[in-house]
Design a protein around this ligand. Sequence first.
Ligand code: 13P
Length: 270
Amino acid sequence: MDRRKKIYLGTNTKMYKTTGETVAFLKRLNQLTKEISRDKMQLFVIPSYMTLAAARESVPRQNISLGAQNMAWEEQGQFTGEISPLMLKEAGMDLVMIGHSERRHVFRETNEEENKKVLCACKSGFSPLLCVGETAVEKGYGIAAEVIRTQLKVGLHGMMPCEARKIMVAYEPVWAIGVNGVPASKEYANQIHQVIRETLTELFGDEIGGDVPVLYGGSVNPQNAEELICMPEIDGLFIGRSAWDADNFNAIIRKVLPLFEAKRRGEDSV
Ligand code: 13P
């Protein structure tokens, strides 16, 4: 378990923040967190497309990884309105988020499309962050595990185990995200993370599948961040609203980092 020794903390700024606001946010976040060893924490921000080039120039890559919120599955072609992996490479991106709940539900993206994007992101040398999560209706039918397994098995179909060394997964239940979201309980989140882990090891074997970082997202806030990060299966937090102010994000980072380290120490001593 090498990749999972450190904590993963990130935010997706969705369609908020202009370029000026993104740069100011990143500079402040960097200033507040730069002394934390990056061997202990991977910090990432996923701003909107238009801000990416300026965002990359504003803070050192080794301190804050940056990612795009979506990506086309081809490098070039007749895809009006899409953004190519080559363009994201040029802008200095490290990650590409794929299959965010708003992409799946507002823009009707399918598991098959997410799969093409994941494979293309790997081929282009990015770390794909695949988001999965069930709707409230699916949860009500008791099929959350089946939905998550399908999203993973289709979304990661055809990926070679060596490519899986670069992926990250975020569990973001649709009913937990955004202003009307209800955060998942720590027990429920942990239970679904267990399903995700089992599916990843089924797909890629114990060594590689067991090492993919799996983050929880959906109404993470300063109150619930601590109990979530203490759960055995949760490797990091993927935060929206509560991280869009750099000081608030830093406050969450400071709370969860020691708890995460204590959790890993406890596991090592067993
Ligand atoms: P909130 O934390 O605002 O619910 O958003 C989570 C999210 O969508 C991160 O991608």
